[in-house]
Design a protein around this ligand. Structure first.
Ligand code: SF4
Length: 270
């Protein structure tokens, strides 16, 4: 689990002990972690209108200044569990916008982190593939930043595509993909190249887990995404000499350990 997610969970537990707490959205995209927090009496809400505690927590994915101000104006005490590396991304986007760059974010338009990154901007674009680059309009200055959990290879490719499409524009790239994501991606590539089967553990809604699945699939033909050990199917491991195991940044060690134990049990079956 990356430090950003670990610290956010610790903060949630600390505040839950001090008084009633509602977390706005998923603190992390991992059902096992979320049910552990619910067991501590922490409430979850999708919308501020559904929050009935005086204190609410913004998740590790962060939010915009505008949204923070709106929430505080409603009388809530806001606890920010925003990962410091998401804050770095917010600052990079703000600096580009201040310097007159039209902001383009590489990420998922509806992801909470991307909504936070763009929430203080009046004009911006969000792109995810080459098709989206074709839809962009020309601007003299284009500032590109990324959702922290995007695959860096893909982000660099899209920055190159923007530069090719708008050769007259000043295209500046702020690399906001976080270090834990980069390390995990490069380790996953190395592992997938050697493995017959790769199993990626993490929540279905976790962006960095899904990016890991896509990255591994470029180097290994048999890649499976599981949330828990119960999802691992025996036939996946048929004729596999090497099984690679990796996990998204929000996956608890205990969940990974149980998946590993199940793989070992299956491999020992006659
Ligand atoms: S994945 Fe990166 S940005 Fe997101 S919480 Fe972890 S360290 Fe922070």
């Amino acid at each position: 689990m990356c430090f950003g997610v670990r610290d956010a969970i610790t903060l949630a537990h600390e505040h839950a002990e001090a008084g009633p707490l509602t977390i706005l959205g998923d603190l992390v995209h991992n059902p096992t972690v979320l049910s552990g927090l619910e067991a501590k009496g922490i409430a979850f809400a999708r919308d501020v209108a559904d929050v009935s505690t005086p204190t609410l927590m913004v998740t590790a994915h962060g939010t915009s200044e505008r949204n923070l101000a709106r929430t505080r104006a409603l009388g809530f005490t806001v606890v920010e569990a925003t990962c410091p590396l998401v804050t770095v991304a917010h600052r990079a986007v703000a600096a580009l916008a201040r310097d007159g760059y039209h902001i383009v974010i590489v990420g998922q338009r509806d992801h909470v982190e991307v909504r936070g990154l763009t929430g203080d901007l009046d004009r911006f674009d969000v792109i995810l593939d080459d098709g989206d680059v074709l839809m962009l309009e020309e601007h003299p200055r284009i500032g590109v930043a990324a959702q922290t959990t995007q695959a860096i290879e893909k982000v660099r490719h899209l920055v190159d595509s923007i530069r090719r499409r708008f050769p007259q524009s000043d295209v500046r790239f702020a690399d906001t993909v976080c270090k834990p994501t980069k390390q995990r991606q490069s380790a996953a590539v190395e592992m997938a190249q050697k493995a017959d089967v790769v199993i990626v553990v993490g929540g279905r809604a976790s962006n960095n887990t899904r990016e890991l699945v896509k990255t591994c699939a470029r180097y290994c033909a048999r890649v499976h995404h599981v949330e828990t050990d119960a999802d691992v199917r025996r036939e996946w491991l048929d004729n596999a000499a090497v099984v690679g195991l990796t996990a998204g940044t929000s996956t608890p060690d205990a969940v990974i350990d149980r998946v590993e134990a199940r793989i070992t049990r299956i491999s020992e079956l006659p």
